[in-house]
Design a protein around this ligand. Structure first.
Ligand SMILES: N[C@@H](CCC(=O)N[C@@H](CS)C(=O)NCC(=O)O)C(=O)O
Length: 94
């Protein structure tokens, strides 16, 4: 089960969209920016940058939304979200 630490309409939006579009098994964990929860001691243990989003997959903790997006796409076997290596559209994905 993937866990996405998110806040609505933030940088977590693209990872959230991809989780939904790839029908991943995930759960959302709200990081309440209104109370500055992204700077809480607990959250900083996951993401020392104190930024949203963070993705947790077992022992793997990922932050930086582009890295999270690539990871989600690569989890999706046969995904059409990432053009294959050598495809002319591959550089455009990044
Ligand atoms: N480069 C990071 C940027 C993340 C980022 O700046 N997130 C904002 C929300 S859109 C945030 O957490 N801001 C709260 C803060 O900086 O305290 C990424 O793409 O994941």
């Amino acid at each position: 089960m993937l866990e996405l630490y998110y806040y609505p309409d933030n940088a977590s939006f693209a990872p959230h969209l991809l989780l939904a579009e790839t029908h991943a098994d995930y759960t959302l964990r709200l990081v309440d920016r209104n109370s500055n929860a992204q700077k809480s001691e607990e959250y900083l243990k996951l993401n020392p940058a104190g930024r949203i989003p963070t993705l947790v997959d077992g022992d793997l903790v990922l932050f930086e939304s582009p890295a999270i997006c690539i990871y989600i796409c690569e989890l999706d076997a046969g995904s059409t979200f990432i053009p294959p290596l050598g495809h002319p559209n591959r550089p455009l994905f990044f």
